[in-house]
Unconditional design. Sequence first.
Length: 283
Amino acid sequence: MKTSLNILSKRLFNRALYLVLVFEMASGSIDHKVPDETISPLIEATSIRGPYFDKTASKNITALVGHTAYLNCRVRNLGNRTVSWVRHRGIHLLTVGRYTYTSDQRFQAIHSPQTEDWTLQIRYPQIRDSGYYECQVGTTPPIGHAMVLTVVEPITTIIGGPDMFINKGSTMNLTCIIKHSPEPPPLIYWTHDSKEINYDSVRGGVSVITEKGEVTTSYLLVQRATNTDSGKYTCHPSNANPHTVVVHVLNGEHPAAMQKGSKLSLKSSLSLLSVCLVLFIST
Ligand SMILES: *[C@@H]1O[C@H](CO)[C@@H](O)[C@H](O)[C@H]1NC(C)=O
Ligand SMILES: *[C@@H]1O[C@H](CO)[C@@H](O)[C@H](O)[C@H]1NC(C)=O
Ligand SMILES: *[C@@H]1O[C@H](CO)[C@@H](O)[C@H](O)[C@H]1NC(C)=O
């Protein structure tokens, strides 16, 4: 029994190798003379009869370091064939069916019987896990679909943290910057003391401006800050780690008073000037 399993896995492994070779030929890393026109009718003919990949549901993935990644493979007309996952680097057979073949237990194949999805789950992905992964079906000859996993580590920061002090009545301007993001975050939301900020609240004067690009910046503006605006503010990009700052609204001088104060000091320097002038004239 054990030997037959061994033979089976060896056979699967050989198939995996074969597929990698086929893939390399197709991607052009190995010279081959077969023009594409002769290959495609062949592929089409097999896909009508047997299993084929739903490529729109089996795409390249960008994952965050440490956040479980899922590479999906949707196989139609699978029948009783086995789906395996192979990593191109080092040509590693990772999973066979739902069985994890590699000793690296971070890899696991997930399949629900009602679905056509065979998902490779990678727990605690690291940057070195980036590369080509291939979903293979044990037909004769075997077929495979390769996908790229890119593991990245974006950095989120809020300028001026971890503690920020602003005067009551002034405008709070929090600037959140997201760097090394594989693509601009599709969504950035802000929370105040763990509650999502509502830009249409009765409080008013709260707005957000987001500039997406290689570096994405989100400005949270809160006008006429009051004591209730104090607390923890967190910027949550949908594809990067959140970042938190603590804002302290100070009961210091009211800006109106400060304005009055500056007018006063202007007045007093004017009077000082006139005193000087008077002194100058009188001497
Ligand atoms: C996946 O990534 C590879 C390498 O970057 C690229 O050649 C291929 O076109 C990508 N596939 C899709 C469906 O975007
Ligand atoms: C799959 O099923 C067919 C019949 O539908 C059978 O002939 C074949 O041996 C089966 N293959 C495996 C690997 O079980
Ligand atoms: C908010 O602060 C940033 C710098 O951190 C500045 O570039 C931006 O213009 C400010 N926005 C407003 C409305 O004051």
